[in-house]
Design a protein around this ligand. Sequence first.
Ligand SMILES: [Zn+2]
Length: 239
Amino acid sequence: MGQTQDMHTHRLDLEDATLREWDATVLHVDPEQGIVLDRSAFYPGGGGQPPDRGVLLWGGVRTRIAGARRGDDVYLVPEEGDPLPPAGTSVTGALDDARRTALMRTHSAMHLLCGVVSRDYGVAVTGGAMDELTGRMDFALDALPEGFLDTVQHACLAEVAADRAIEVSTVPRAEAVIKTALDLLPEGLEVVRIVDIVGLDRQADGGTHVASTRFIGDMRLLKTENKGKGFRRIRFALS
Ligand SMILES: [Zn+2]
């Protein structure tokens, strides 16, 4: 295993957000932290997007993957009691497609909402959270204009209908002209991954997104909440 100790997971999820099934080899298994593959499409969580779930199949055996996390590598967390594939095992990895697709649509909806509110109201996003098909986003707004929620709702649906491309690229850190404060990016990061809803919103982001805004689908703004001075929250749901 000395050879595999130095290897790290190749992140297929960062290259192709549509990938749901792939072949891989187990690099090592840590009873505390989980399973490390040479190639993995499991999103390990981060940037507000929860981790993927799925399975590893090997020689007629199934290991359910309850989640994933990033440590010094991407660790897949097995369901308790499931058999663990030993290092060197060839496996087929598969994601829970419904969950991943829902999270991609939701993550892209977060960026779309961020783009619409910053463009139309000139305010900053101060926080947010998402799960499958639901999200909330916080804005540095004081009083809300009359009809705010309806107006933003219409603008969001117009942007979904406009079917703007969502492009992922990487740029050298020095060239990253983006909204996200550069000091929030991990130290030593030489390239910055950019997610661009072309013409609407451009952010440094490590998540997985749909290919264009029409795939976000039906997006309903549910309500606004007043969380204090300069702090308004919008909740939304996708169906
Ligand atoms: Zn994001």
